[in-house]
Design a protein around this ligand. Structure first.
Ligand code: HEC
Length: 154
């Protein structure tokens, strides 16, 4: 008789523990959802305000190439979209991402490492000489927005 009562009490305690675990899981999931919704990442991505620059002849050609090949992800004026990061961003100042990073990005793509967007697929349709023009466009836009060479790590 006494044993059965004890067993019942044990069962009750187990059930309470189980409920506590479930409550924590639900709480965690809701907290994560609220965080994603509030931070704006996840569905909107990161975008920045970009001032349009007065562009050189080369950069104007680069802008057209950028529009055709990169803008879908990197956004109008490279200000970012929900598919790709803004390139008019201090992370991409020439001391941190040299022009070579652009040639490599077009040639072999980019493994996700700075942002939560995922990998950038290679853009082999864009030839080296065209990347050079795109780089002119990005660098002139960066400069107009106060993004200038900073030594890596500095
Ligand atoms: C399908 C979407 C997509 C397209 C199209 C695209 N990119 Fe990207 N790009 C990304 C994403 C996403 C990243 C960020 C990866 C990370 O660092 O997390 C990225 C990163 C980069 C980087 C940073 C490279 C590095 O070393 O960190 C450069 C430079 C770049 N893109 C240039 C370009 C250029 C130039 C074009 C057009 C020729 C282009 N991208 C087209 C999605 C895209």
């Amino acid at each position: 008789m006494k044993q059965r009562k004890q067993r019942r009490r044990m069962k009750k305690r187990q059930r309470m523990a189980m409920l506590a675990v479930i409550a924590w899981i639900v709480f965690g999931a809701v907290a994560a959802l609220v965080y994603v919704a509030l931070s704006g990442e996840g569905d909107d991505g990161v975008t920045v305000e970009v001032i349009a620059a007065e562009l050189s002849e080369e950069a104007i050609q680069g802008e057209a190439l950028f529009k055709a090949n990169c803008q879908a992800c990197h956004g109008v004026n490279a200000a970012g979209t929900k598919l790709g990061p803004p390139l008019i961003h201090d992370i991409y100042n020439p001391g941190h991402h040299s022009d070579k990073a652009f040639y490599l990005a077009a040639q072999i793509g980019v493994r996700a490492h700075h942002w939560p967007y995922g990998d950038m697929p290679p853009q082999p349709q864009v030839k080296e000489a065209e990347v050079a023009l795109i780089v002119r466009f990005i660098r002139e836009m960066q400069e107009a927005n106060g993004i200038v060479y900073k030594r890596y790590g500095g």
